[in-house]
Design a binder for this molecule. Structure first.
Ligand code: 5GP
Ligand code: ZN
Length: 112
Protein backbone atom coordinates (compact mmCIF):
# COMPACT_ATOMS: atom_id res chain seq x y z
CA UNK A 1 0.00 0.00 0.00
CA UNK A 2 1.46 3.32 -1.11
CA UNK A 3 1.07 5.50 1.96
CA UNK A 4 1.68 2.92 4.65
CA UNK A 5 4.65 3.49 6.98
CA UNK A 6 5.20 -0.21 7.71
CA UNK A 7 4.92 -1.21 4.03
CA UNK A 8 7.74 1.29 3.42
CA UNK A 9 9.80 -0.06 6.34
CA UNK A 10 9.29 -3.67 5.13
CA UNK A 11 10.42 -2.62 1.64
CA UNK A 12 13.52 -0.89 3.03
CA UNK A 13 12.34 2.52 1.79
CA UNK A 14 12.38 3.86 5.37
CA UNK A 15 15.31 2.76 7.56
CA UNK A 16 14.79 0.59 10.62
CA UNK A 17 16.86 -1.53 12.97
CA UNK A 18 16.25 -5.01 11.58
CA UNK A 19 15.88 -8.03 13.83
CA UNK A 20 14.89 -10.57 11.18
CA UNK A 21 13.69 -10.79 7.59
CA UNK A 22 12.51 -13.47 5.19
CA UNK A 23 10.36 -13.45 2.08
CA UNK A 24 7.10 -12.95 4.02
CA UNK A 25 7.94 -11.33 7.36
CA UNK A 26 10.01 -8.40 8.65
CA UNK A 27 10.94 -7.74 12.30
CA UNK A 28 12.49 -4.52 13.62
CA UNK A 29 13.03 -2.66 16.88
CA UNK A 30 10.34 -0.22 17.94
CA UNK A 31 11.43 3.43 17.67
CA UNK A 32 9.88 4.16 21.09
CA UNK A 33 10.61 1.05 23.17
CA UNK A 34 8.27 0.28 26.05
CA UNK A 35 10.51 -2.44 27.55
CA UNK A 36 14.26 -3.25 27.48
CA UNK A 37 13.51 -5.44 24.46
CA UNK A 38 10.69 -4.23 22.20
CA UNK A 39 10.46 -5.22 18.57
CA UNK A 40 7.67 -5.48 16.02
CA UNK A 41 6.93 -8.42 13.74
CA UNK A 42 4.99 -7.58 10.58
CA UNK A 43 3.87 -9.38 7.44
CA UNK A 44 5.40 -7.81 4.31
CA UNK A 45 2.00 -7.84 2.68
CA UNK A 46 -0.37 -5.09 3.78
CA UNK A 47 -2.99 -6.29 6.27
CA UNK A 48 -4.63 -3.46 8.22
CA UNK A 49 -4.95 -5.25 11.58
CA UNK A 50 -6.00 -8.53 13.22
CA UNK A 51 -9.54 -7.51 12.25
CA UNK A 52 -8.59 -7.98 8.58
CA UNK A 53 -7.24 -11.52 8.98
CA UNK A 54 -9.16 -14.13 7.00
CA UNK A 55 -8.62 -17.45 5.23
CA UNK A 56 -6.77 -15.71 2.39
CA UNK A 57 -4.00 -14.25 4.59
CA UNK A 58 -3.92 -16.22 7.85
CA UNK A 59 -0.93 -18.33 6.78
CA UNK A 60 1.36 -15.31 7.04
CA UNK A 61 -0.04 -14.54 10.48
CA UNK A 62 0.86 -18.08 11.57
CA UNK A 63 4.33 -17.48 10.15
CA UNK A 64 4.63 -14.28 12.20
CA UNK A 65 4.18 -16.41 15.32
CA UNK A 66 6.76 -18.95 14.13
CA UNK A 67 9.18 -16.03 13.75
CA UNK A 68 8.30 -14.66 17.19
CA UNK A 69 9.05 -18.03 18.77
CA UNK A 70 12.34 -18.37 16.88
CA UNK A 71 13.50 -14.85 17.77
CA UNK A 72 12.50 -15.24 21.42
CA UNK A 73 14.63 -18.39 21.63
CA UNK A 74 17.57 -16.79 19.82
CA UNK A 75 17.46 -13.69 22.02
CA UNK A 76 17.16 -15.76 25.19
CA UNK A 77 13.75 -14.39 26.08
CA UNK A 78 12.17 -16.79 28.56
CA UNK A 79 9.25 -14.51 29.41
CA UNK A 80 7.73 -12.01 27.05
CA UNK A 81 4.47 -10.43 25.96
CA UNK A 82 2.98 -10.32 22.46
CA UNK A 83 0.48 -7.51 21.82
CA UNK A 84 -1.52 -6.40 18.81
CA UNK A 85 -3.71 -3.33 19.10
CA UNK A 86 -6.80 -3.23 16.89
CA UNK A 87 -8.41 0.16 16.29
CA UNK A 88 -7.74 3.57 17.79
CA UNK A 89 -9.46 2.95 21.12
CA UNK A 90 -7.17 -0.03 21.72
CA UNK A 91 -4.12 2.09 20.89
CA UNK A 92 -3.43 1.20 17.26
CA UNK A 93 -1.55 4.07 15.60
CA UNK A 94 -0.13 2.32 12.51
CA UNK A 95 -2.74 0.54 10.43
CA UNK A 96 -0.54 -2.29 9.14
CA UNK A 97 -0.74 -5.49 11.17
CA UNK A 98 2.06 -5.76 13.71
CA UNK A 99 2.82 -7.81 16.76
CA UNK A 100 4.67 -6.03 19.54
CA UNK A 101 7.10 -8.34 21.32
CA UNK A 102 8.10 -6.97 24.72
CA UNK A 103 10.50 -8.43 27.27
CA UNK A 104 13.00 -7.66 30.01
CA UNK A 105 10.87 -6.10 32.73
CA UNK A 106 8.02 -6.96 35.07
CA UNK A 107 4.65 -6.39 33.42
CA UNK A 108 1.27 -5.67 34.92
CA UNK A 109 -2.12 -7.13 34.19
CA UNK A 110 -4.60 -5.90 33.09
CA UNK A 111 -2.78 -3.69 30.57
CA UNK A 112 -3.62 0.00 30.65
P1 5GP B 1 0.57 0.71 17.58
O1 5GP B 1 0.47 2.04 18.31
O2 5GP B 1 -0.09 0.81 16.23
O3 5GP B 1 0.12 -0.47 18.37
O4 5GP B 1 2.12 0.47 17.36
C1 5GP B 1 2.87 1.19 16.45
C2 5GP B 1 4.29 1.17 16.94
O5 5GP B 1 5.13 1.58 15.89
C3 5GP B 1 4.56 2.11 18.12
O6 5GP B 1 5.05 1.35 19.22
C4 5GP B 1 5.59 3.09 17.59
O7 5GP B 1 6.58 3.45 18.54
C5 5GP B 1 6.19 2.33 16.42
N1 5GP B 1 6.66 3.19 15.33
C6 5GP B 1 6.00 4.24 14.77
N2 5GP B 1 6.72 4.77 13.78
C7 5GP B 1 7.87 4.04 13.71
C8 5GP B 1 9.03 4.13 12.87
O8 5GP B 1 9.16 4.98 11.98
N3 5GP B 1 10.02 3.22 13.10
C9 5GP B 1 9.93 2.26 14.08
N4 5GP B 1 10.95 1.42 14.22
N5 5GP B 1 8.84 2.16 14.88
C10 5GP B 1 7.84 3.04 14.70
ZN1 ZN C 1 1.17 -1.55 5.00
Amino acid sequence: MMDCLFCKIAAGEIPSKKVYEDDRVYAFYDIDPQAPTHFLVIPKQHIASVAAVDVSNSAVVAHCFEVITKLAAELGMESFRVVSNIGEQAGQSVFHLHFHVLSGRDMTWPPG
